[in-house]
Design a binder for this molecule. Structure first.
Ligand code: MG
Length: 299
């Protein structure tokens, strides 16, 4: 199970290190030596069937899902609702999915500040809920005008230092999410997101790997997760051709190579569903959970 306090402590220790020399060092020195890798499944709010949050959480609990990933939009106003719904359950808030406005690589400083301000409000609420972190995309293709490279990266890193330190104060992190080229030109590889997190110099900045985006951008699921190393703190999952429930795209939905890397990293974070479905949720959701458990055991 994920232990947030342990994570923050290790993250702070990791920040004091001079850097990682090699992949073998990352594998030999996982972020938490005592913890053993586990498949901690998490659902975004739209995944489970149910008329309201409580019905969805009941359904998740029956499936042994241990994480809940709410959207960041309006999160400050939902803290008590979510806390109450999770009371007495084994489910914890995993990550917070975006919800900010503006973007950090905008040419216009006002749009950058808008992103800083709205992200801070979401991280404060996410911290109260015990979230691992808030997921952020530095800039989508449609968000223009954006700064060109290399200025975009330099300006981003200046802002991340401040956002990361803010996140740490609230007991959480900011999680950079690489997307595929159809959605973002900037930051498309897990290695790139991890390198940006490293260069931010703040232990409050980490990254996620999303199997869906990785399908289109990465040469290897295993290599991608290993490249995230100690910065990899969250995973998104979906089917690999149409972004439906894992398994809906048949043979294409193979996650074993990625799961092998998570085991090598002693990954104890969440693997969170971010997908739609073509079928009935009552059938596709449990089938997906079973498929992932089977593949985890094979990895
Ligand atoms: Mg995602």
């Amino acid at each position: 199970m994920h232990n947030r306090r342990d994570f923050i402590r290790t993250a702070a220790i990791a920040a004091g290190m001079t850097g990682i020399g090699s992949i073998s060092e990352v594998m030999a020195a996982p972020s938490d030596k005592k913890a053993k890798a586990a498949l901690n499944l998490s659902f975004q709010e739209g995944i489970a069937p149910g008329k309201n949050l409580n019905e969805k959480l009941d359904y998740m609990e029956k499936l042994g899902v241990v994480g809940f990933e709410p959207g960041g939009g309006g999160l400050a106003g939902r803290v008590s609702e979510i806390k109450q719904a999770l009371q007495g359950r084994k489910i914890k808030v995993s990550a917070i999915c975006a919800g900010f406005s503006g973007w950090l690589i905008a040419e216009d400083a006002a749009r950058r500040k808008e992103c800083m301000d709205t992200s801070k409000a979401i991280m404060a609420a996410g911290g109260e809920l015990g979230s691992v972190g808030m997921i952020l995309v530095p800039g989508f293709n449609g968000q223009q005008p954006s700064l060109p490279m290399p200025q975009a990266r330099e300006v981003l890193i200046e802002q991340l230092k401040e956002l990361g330190d803010f996140a740490l104060k609230h007991g959480t992190t900011l999680l950079l999410e690489p997307l595929n080229r159809r959605e973002a030109w900037f930051m498309r590889l897990v290695a790139d997101a991890a390198a940006i997190a490293k260069d931010s110099g703040s232990a409050g900045i980490a990254c996620i790997g999303d199997f869906w985006h990785m399908t289109w951008e990465e040469t290897s699921d295993y290599g991608a997760f290993i490249s995230g190393g100690k910065y990899l703190k969250h995973i998104h999952i979906a089917s690999r051709k149409r972004r439906k429930m894992p398994g809906e795209d048949g043979e294409a939905d193979n996650y074993i190579d990625g799961f092998k890397a998570l085991k090598a990293l002693n990954y104890t974070g969440y693997v969170s569903f971010e997908c739609g479905t073509e079928g009935k949720r009552e059938e596709t959701v449990p089938a997906a959970v079973k498929l992932l458990r089977d593949q985890w055991n094979k990895a």
